[in-house]
Design a protein around this ligand. Structure first.
Ligand code: CP
Length: 329
């Protein structure tokens, strides 16, 4: 794969690529159009080859510095943004938040402004506050690209895009395919970002979880809400299992882990209710044995977990290229 081949892929989706460039930021999935999503998935598929070849970085963003600002812990998202940026020839600045001036009370705006002054062209930000990426984009977004790497319960757009790519690789056209998202929907930015994209692609979306972990009014988005797992996963093509945030038990939202496991844990036996060929996804990190059995998470006949992680690098390469396209001109 060469820079010219990646450019040709972008040219095939010229109108959508232009709207990515005009967009400047990736904050959410709710306002992405279908052509924009097709464009990023198509470019990500091409980027998979760049990654698989293990080749030298491509001279796509060689004049760019990308700053990773992770105010919350991360393994997958942070590492894959770093790999993605380096594969495109960008330099990467990983700010160690714990030892930065954030501990002296520096605001997210001042931190980003400082990195901008040092030449950063894009900020990849994860923060516990919902809306923090929008805040940054609203304040300094005319001078820097903002990519939301997860903000509170609100959105995790690149996770949803990589999940969509993983499902597309299995099923091709996703129109009418049944996706069931299981677990703590209320506190899940992954669920929210996936709901928008899955509906945009015409999927039949179901969610299942304890009533205390289910937000009100989701059915108005065209999603079918279940409190019992079995009808939710019946004939499902894809089951997306969410991490149970263990602190929910301490806050009284689930009676006990044993009860949660009994009612909602995905295992091989429950897969019998789904479509033959069903695939199971998990954004990670996994609480093995809590929301999914160890055996199922490790069973590559069903589990897409490793695929999701690999696709994360390619999707983030595609997003960086599309948003920072102006940086090469
Ligand atoms: N899926 C995900 O966001 O994982 P990390 O928290 O490890 O980045």
């Amino acid at each position: 794969m060469t820079v010219a081949q990646l450019d040709a892929e972008i040219s095939r989706h010229k109108a959508a690529a232009d709207s990515w460039k005009a967009r400047r930021h990736l904050l959410d999935t709710a306002d992405l159009t279908k052509p924009e999503v097709e464009c990023v998935l198509s470019l990500a598929s091409a980027c998979l080859d760049v990654h698989a070849e293990g080749a030298a970085p491509l001279a796509v963003l060689q004049n760019c510095a990308v700053a990773n600002l992770f105010y919350e812990n991360s393994t997958r998202t942070r590492s894959s943004f770093e790999l993605a940026a380096r594969k495109l020839g960008a330099s990467v600045l990983n700010l160690d938040i714990g030892s930065s001036s954030v501990s002296k009370g520096e605001s997210i705006l001042d931190t980003a402004e400082t990195l901008l002054s040092m030449g950063a062209r894009a900020v990849v930000q994860r923060h516990r506050s919902s809306g923090s990426a929008h805040l940054l984009a609203g304040a300094i977004g005319d001078r820097i690209h903002v990519i939301n790497a997860g903000d509170g319960w609100h959105a995790h757009p690149t996770q949803a895009l990589l999940d969509l790519l993983s499902m597309r690789q299995v099923a091709g056209n996703l129109q009418g395919r049944k996706l069931c998202i299981v677990g703590d929907i209320t506190h899940s930015r992954v669920a929210r970002s996936n709901l928008w994209l899955a509906r945009l692609m015409g999927m039949d979306v179901h969610i299942a979880g304890p009533p205390t972990l289910m937000p009100a009014a989701l059915s108005s988005l065209g999603v079918t809400v279940h409190n019992r797992l079995e009808p939710a996963i019946e004939q499902a093509d894809f089951v997306m299992v969410l991490r149970l945030q263990l602190e929910r038990q301490k806050s009284g939202l689930i009676p006990s882990l044993a009860e949660y496991q009994r009612l909602y844990r995905m295992d091989h036996q429950r897969l019998n209710l789904c479509q033959p060929g069903v695939k199971v996804m998990h954004p990670g990190p996994i609480n093995r044995g809590v929301e999914i059995t160890d055996e199922l998470a490790a069973d590559n006949a069903y589990s897409l977990v490793g695929t999701q992680v690999r696709n994360g690098i390619a999707v983030r390469m595609a997003v960086l290229q599309l948003l920072l396209a102006g940086a090469r001109e």
